[in-house]
Ligand binder design. Structure first.
Ligand code: MN3
Length: 240
């Protein structure tokens, strides 16, 4: 029979070995690359009960992580593409080598869209104020009309995609939708905010009821963050 100290020593070795194995597995899963998964800026349960914590975790830790990993894999042998930066790549898809253009479009778009998306959630809903509220009234009629237009854009997007509000350098707003992971960044535009209408964004809680998800989502918008994006867009420094 082993002495107590000997058993402790063996357990210690086993524990160290397991840690090394876990680190190696993690390193393989997250291939090194120029693009990294930004952490959620709040706990995954922050948007309960409207967006459940499990959906947030899977959406961020698996879906967004996969876009980042696939983007890094796509640019691995194309340092000149990686050097363009995310918004640069998406804004000049026609200049991306054909061999990786679709991968950059889908995974770069997914990385940009989700990086934007996490920022503007985790709030308490309500209504925007200040310059942003004035721009909404001016360009879209009213805040209620903006919500209706975004919800209709989301419902009208057949299959997967996004409902978004774009903003130009003059601060002018417009409501659009885009399929898959396409983004107005691909047309040289900028996104003020947007909602993900892929089923992975809502299916666990809302199943096929996309309209209910769209309506509930307004309860978690962080208007302080959206207003910051609005100011940044007008300063010409909004990147993604
Ligand atoms: Mn998504």
């Amino acid at each position: 029979m082993l002495s107590l100290s000997r058993r402790h020593a063996l357990l210690g070795v086993a524990a160290v070995g397991a840690t090394v194995v876990a680190r190696r597995a993690f390193a393989q899963a997250a291939a090194p690359g120029p693009f990294t998964l930004p952490p959620l800026p709040y706990p995954p349960e922050a948007n309960e009960p409207h967006i459940d914590a499990q959906t947030m975790q899977i959406h961020h830790d698996r879906h967004h992580a996969a876009y980042v990993a696939n983007l890094n894999a796509a640019v691995k042998d194309y340092p000149q593409v990686a050097a363009m930066g995310l918004s640069g790549m998406l804004g000049k898809l026609g200049e991306i080598p054909e061999a990786i253009r679709t991968a950059v479009r889908n995974n770069g778009g997914g990385h940009a869209n989700h990086s934007m998306f996490w920022q503007l959630m985790g709030g308490k809903g309500g209504a925007p104020t200040g310059d942003l509220a004035a721009a909404i009234d001016r360009d879209l009629g009213s805040f209620d009309k903006l919500k209706d237009a975004v919800n209709r854009a989301g419902l009208g997007q057949f299959g997967s995609g996004w409902a978004m509000v774009t903003v130009d350098r003059a601060g002018k707003l417009a409501v659009i939708n885009r399929p898959n992971q396409d983004t107005p960044l691909m047309d040289g535009g900028r996104v003020l905010f947007g909602n993900d209408v892929w089923e992975h964004a809502y299916y666990l809680k809302y199943q096929n009821r996309r309209a209910d998800y769209l309506a509930a989502w307004w309860n978690v918008v962080n208007w302080t963050e959206v207003a910051k994006r609005y100011d940044t867009a007008r300063a010409g420094t909004l990147d993604i």
